[in-house]
Design a protein around this ligand. Structure first.
Ligand SMILES: [Zn+2]
Length: 423
């Protein structure tokens, strides 16, 4: 197995046997080691996205008997920097016992509170909503990841068929469902219906892969992501140009920067109508390819797919209708021209909130855009601080990667509005 496993083109193989050997016998340490390696490569999972777990036999302090414990990433944090104090340790038999308490989909949120009654390790981080996704799969090591390449297939109109064909039935498919207790039960049922599979693709969302050891799980995850990436690469630009081809040219780099610097303070003013925001600008080539493309007008309004992308970037970006080389010498005139598009964006956000809200929904968020695309120039992102603004840009690039991949092999499908709202 090991000789073929080093040969990856699309993901970083980072496993160090000497390091792993020094951790032998400590499954939790091996879980953390694997998690940190996976999180070091943004092609494997986005920042803060996904979670990992392992199951071990421990002595139950209450009975002195052996009991199975699941160690899973708790709420918050990133697997790239996951440490022991970021894990929740839970009794597996108690998690299974919760099935008897489950009253159905309308009540699944109450199950998160019951996870606290399943805690084995008193130093546990708060259990996350994804706990049930790992609990009912019997494997010793499990990865749940958000690789752009896998989400591209998960967000393709023919994603189910592509998944079946690409992995020869070894990766099963579950249609989109909001992460929660019920999705955990669906994963369990999916495995029962498809014994012997190596993973499960979650429609519009991401990937589940597993193994008997930390290393086998790591290799399984890398191989599946590698295959997804290679498949997309083989199709990109073949049937039709990427994103329908370029509709316009980008300005030269120096001019892009100058135009962005002139417009940034004005955009920041608009985006700070509710609270002061910090801006970030990028003219990354993936961004330019998207904002300059023929498909921008069709794809940008659809919104993002993976729940993480949506949470960080809002449902959709604001696309500026300003020529890239516009003369920005008169800020008052530029400002006047932007009043209407911002008012429209805020109104459509309010509409979305009013249409989708439930009686117990939190108050409406700031209705200003997080992501602003400027054809020919690049992308601005606005958030409460520099890091969040930069991360929002990273996430929209993830979303662009997903759209590019999905469109290369099929038609991109975004998360339905109501589902996005419910996250
Ligand atoms: Zn996820």
């Amino acid at each position: 197995m090991e000789s073929k496993t080093r040969d990856f083109q699309h993901v970083d193989y980072l496993w160090d046997e000497a390091k792993a050997a020094s951790l032998a016998g400590d499954e939790v340490a091996l879980l953390l080691y694997r998690s940190n390696l996976l999180g070091a490569d943004l092609r494997i999972t986005n920042f803060g996205g996904g979670n990992t777990s392992c199951k071990t036999m421990e002595t139950d302090p209450l009975t002195g008997e052996e009991t199975e414990v699941m160690w899973v990433k708790g709420s918050g944090g990133d697997i790239g920097t996951l440490k022991r104090n970021g894990l929740a340790g839970l009794y597996v038999d108690r998690l299974h016992a919760l099935k008897k308490r489950y009253r159905g989909l309308a009540f699944e949120d109450e199950m998160v509170g019951l996870f606290y009654h399943c805690i084995y390790d008193l130093d546990s981080r708060a259990p996350s909503i994804d706990t049930a996704l790992h609990a009912f799969l019997p494997f010793r090591h499990i990865d749940h990841l958000h690789p752009d390449a896998a989400i591209a297939i998960a967000a393709a109109k023919d994603g189910k068929q592509i998944t079946e064909e690409l992995w020869d039935g070894q990766i099963a498919w579950l249609p989109w469902q909001r992460p929660g207790f019920d999705l955990g039960l669906k994963l369990e049922a999916c495995l029962a219906e498809n014994p012997g599979i190596r993973g499960i693709m979650l429609g519009q969302h991401g990937l589940f892969t597993w193994g008997d050891t930390a290393f086998e799980c790591y290799i399984n995850s890398l191989e599946v992501i590698e295959q997804a990436s290679a498949y997309l690469m083989a199709h990109e630009g073949k049937k039709r140009p990427v994103f329908g081809g370029a509709k316009r040219e980008a300005l030269p780099a120096a001019q892009r920067q100058a135009q962005a610097a002139s417009l940034a303070p004005i955009l920041r003013g608009f985006c700070s109508s509710e609270q002061a925001m910090i801006g970030h600008f990028t003219d990354d080539e993936r961004v330019l390819q998207f904002v300059n493309s023929a498909d921008l007008d069709r794809l940008a309004p659809l919104g993002t797919s993976c729940p993480d992308h949506f949470l960080r970037t809002k449902i959709r970006p604001l696309v500026l209708d300003i020529p890239a080389d516009a003369d920005l010498g008169d800020p008052a005139a530029i400002k006047a021209g932007l009043e209407a598009p911002f008012a429209q964006y805020r109104a459509s956000y309010k509409d979305y909130y009013e249409t989708c809200k439930h009686p117990d929904s939190p108050a409406m968020r700031d209705p200003n855009p997080v992501v602003i695309l400027w054809p020919g120039v690049g992308m601005f992102t606005f958030a409460k601080n520099k890091q969040t603004a930069r991360v929002a840009a990273e996430f929209y690039i993830n979303a662009i990667n997903v759209m590019r991949g999905a469109e290369a092999v099929s038609t991109y499908v975004s998360l339905p509005m109501q589902e996005a709202f419910n996250i």
